[in-house]
Design a protein around this ligand. Structure first.
Ligand code: PLP
Length: 385
């Protein structure tokens, strides 16, 4: 008797679970999984406590509580000058992960091709496979991790249905430039493709870089679903409150899938996220600035230890090449790291179809307290310096 469906074959346990477990077992500092080790702003947490105490504990509407949908629409207006209709063009989801899953299940048929930037966030691989679709990678190559327009064009075939675009990009830290975004838009328009964007790091871009949603480019609003979430922006990754904005018909198809995945979730957290999205821009600036300082702290430290460091333009993550330390393989380096140095990191290989493309690369999360980053760097220096 076969006890596993083909749609989950080969997906296994995520490397994050494996590495987080290794961190727990060895007492290592976990710079693997991308979650902050401090809570988000206390005023946001207080809103959730209030909601718990004032009767927001039953099913929220499937599309999300109206207050949050209005706040999401207001957020898109304030930051990007677009204003999705809160009743038809906004959907609240269980994290961006569910938004992306619902997009793949609701908008793509078995056999359709989905073009995505490689290395990819692991849920894309799983959800494309579970939707019965076929992934077509477009490689962002070290050291620059830029999008090559010719490779994007070459990845599109008559079977392509969707471009799945993540910017700011995990794990490389790339923020697509206006020119790169224009190429994505051009390809989508030329081939009449749907576009789903993963913008969970939209407010975590560095060195004054602006994040530009693809939906704001000419002709793109009609074909683009923009996904994001509160987790990364407000340091509440455990809340899993995300959303999708896009044309009403696409959102309706996603809702059809979403209502049979979770129907709804996080009822008392939804008003708190609505509150967070309405906070003044200075709150976002402070969170970003704090993270940018941590990026610099970790990147400078890793450079001084001898790693080749690719300084990220956004996200929670920095990438290094471990070859200068005498390792050819990031998996080997990461498996040894907890016992040799007392630190956990993630090998890039797990984000690629072609492991050779990321063989010597390792990803480090810097969304941790400064004293934790100092301690991790001290341990690394003692082990490798
Ligand atoms: C690119 C990307 N998309 C989505 C997610 C998950 O978002 P959420 O927790 O809102 O589901 C992550 C989390 O690491 C991510 O890095």
């Amino acid at each position: 008797m076969q006890r596993r469906a083909q749609r989950v074959t080969g997906l296994g346990t995520t490397i994050f679970a494996e590495m987080s477990e290794l961190a727990l077992r060895t007492g290592a500092i976990n710079l693997g999984q991308g979650f902050p080790d401090t809570d988000g702003p206390s005023e946001i947490l207080e809103q959730a406590v209030d909601a718990l105490r004032t009767g927001h504990n039953q099913y929220a509407p499937g599309r999300g509580v109206p207050e949050l949908r209005q706040a999401i629409s207001g957020h898109q207006r304030t930051h990007y000058g677009i204003e999705p209709d809160p009743d038809r063009e906004v959907l609240v989801t269980t994290g961006a992960t569910e938004a992306i899953a619902a997009a793949l299940l609701g908008l793509v048929d078995p056999g359709d091709e989905v073009v995505a930037l490689e290395p990819y966030y692991d849920s894309y691989v799983a959800c494309i496979q579970m939707a019965g679709a076929v992934r077509r990678p477009v490689l962002l190559r070290a050291p620059g991790f830029r999008l090559d327009p010719d490779e994007l064009r070459a990845a599109v075939t008559p079977r392509t249905r969707m471009l799945l675009v993540n910017s700011p990009h995990n794990p490389t830290g790339t923020v697509l430039t206006p020119a790169e975004l224009a190429v994505v838009a051009e390809v989508a328009l030329e081939h009449d493709l749907l576009v789903v964007t993963d913008e969970v790091y939209e407010h975590l871009t560095f060195d004054q870089r602006a994040h530009v949603p693809l939906a704001t480019l000419p002709g793109m609003a009609e074909r683009t679903v923009t996904c994001s979430s509160a987790g990364k922006t407000f340091s509440v990754t455990g809340w899993k409150v995300g959303w999708a904005c896009g044309p009403a018909d696409l959102i309706a198809s996603m809702l059809t899938a979403k209502q049979f995945l979770t129907y709804t979730s996080g009822a008392p957290l939804q008003p708190a996220v609505a509150y967070a999205l309405r906070l003044p821009a200075s709150v976002l600036d402070d969170l970003r600035e704090d993270l940018e300082n941590k990026r610099d702290l970790l990147c400078d430290g890793l450079t001084s230890i001898g790693f080749d460091v690719y300084v990220p333009e956004g996200t929670y993550f920095a990438t290094t090449d471990v070859r200068p330390l005498g390792y050819a393989d990031g998996v080997e380096f990461c498996r040894e790291l907890p016992t040799r140095a007392g630190v956990v990191a993630i090998p890039h290989q797990v984000f690629y179809d072609d492991p050779d493309a990321g063989r010597s690369l390792v990803r480090w999360a810097f969304c941790k307290r400064e004293d934790v980053l100092h301690e991790a760097l001290g341990r690394l220096r003692r082990a490798y310096g």
